[in-house]
Design a protein. Structure first.
Length: 341
């Protein structure tokens, strides 16, 4: 190849790479623009005040709004008995969220030029920041205790899915009364089959609170997952039942909803939604037959709410907890709900 031919080839390559790079930037910008435009036929979202305290009898549903438009990713609210109504968006953005008794936990991304970082933000009833803590990875689960005194969050510190085995989590709990932080529940003692247990592969995620001292969570080790009862004062995690992930305690404290790996399911969609009676350890399969990769929420004593993939990223669905009925769509373009009031 002559020197002139080599120069022409190099010039063509540079122009081609420049075009590809410009196209990628324009594509990303177009996606960003579309996320900031309301989707035709999507839910109506309007800016307004959002409170984590509601008047007596005025039950509210607060959630992360997934609808494209200027309020994408913001905490929004609708009356619990009118989920299809106009959404009021707060201006506060969260990736994961939960709230109880006027306290909120909001897991946020801080966008960087080279790398995103994350933080766990404790919110007051007006969604004002009280305190924040650095989060070690990608947010995945969040819960507040019924009293509002404790908040927990789980992040992926490696990997980004529970479906495989190549992931690691970090779960933290903070007491909002004095800001005592349990930064990593892996420092707690695991009691397995009645004996202290240690292993380098222990992972913990999906806290659900019973009160201000006891909680439930998932412990994974040795290729198995376990429901554990946690004791904050004793700093222990005691195994109760096998094949339980992302538990959610019922309002009366007698049952746990959870996702369970079922035989014959594909490796990337292995879970179905079950309920465990804590007194008898009897499992009940719900009528939801699709793969559930979420920490379900009890909307009341008999109904579960959970997220499934949807046109805007995720939709919220409900199903009876006793195995009866059928799954029903509750809310389009929403995730990470909390029922208040």
């Amino acid at each position: 190849m002559t020197r002139t031919a080599r120069l022409v080839t190099l010039l063509v390559a540079v122009l081609l790479l420049g075009s590809v790079g410009a196209g990628a930037v324009l594509y990303a910008a177009d996606r960003s623009d579309r996320r900031n435009e309301a989707q035709p036929g999507g839910p109506t979202v309007e800016a307004g005040p959002v409170s984590l305290r509601t008047p007596t009898g005025a039950r509210q549903l607060v959630f992360r709004n997934m609808a494209w438009g200027p309020h994408h990713d913001e905490l929004a609210t609708v009356p619990a008995d009118q989920p299809g109504g106009v959404r009021t968006a707060s201006g506060v953005q969260c990736l994961r969220f939960h709230a109880a008794a006027g306290t909120g936990i909001c897991l946020q991304a801080e966008r960087g030029a080279l790398q995103d970082t994350y933080r766990a933000v404790i919110l007051d009833e007006g969604l004002h920041e009280l305190k924040h803590f650095p989060a070690a990875g990608i947010p995945t689960r969040a819960r507040v205790s019924p009293s509002g005194h404790l908040a927990a969050w789980t992040v992926f510190v490696s990997g980004d899915s529970y479906a495989g085995t190549d992931f690691s989590t970090r779960t933290s709990i903070v007491d909002t009364r004095d800001w005592t932080l349990q930064e990593n529940l892996e420092t707690f003692t695991v009691i397995k089959d009645g004996h202290p247990y240690q292993a380098p592969d222990v992972n913990i995620w999906g806290v659900t609170f019973a009160d201000d001292s006891g909680f439930y969570a998932t412990v994974a080790t040795g290729g198995q997952t376990y429901l554990v009862h946690g004791d904050l004062a004793a700093r222990t995690l005691t195994t109760l039942h096998q094949n339980v992930e992302c538990p959610s305690l019922s309002p009366d404290g007698t049952r746990v909803a959870y996702k369970k790996r079922v035989p014959g399911a594909s490796a990337d969609s292995p879970w179905r939604l079950y309920v465990l009676d804590l007194a008898t350890m009897t499992e009940t399969a719900t009528a939801e037959q699709r793969n559930i990769d979420d920490q379900a929420l009890w909307s009341d004593a008999s109904t579960l709410v959970y997220a499934l993939p949807g046109d805007f990223g995720a939709d919220l669905w409900t199903v009876p907890a006793d195995g009866s009925g059928t799954a029903t769509r509750l809310l389009d373009a929403a995730v990470a709900p909390a029922f208040l009031g």
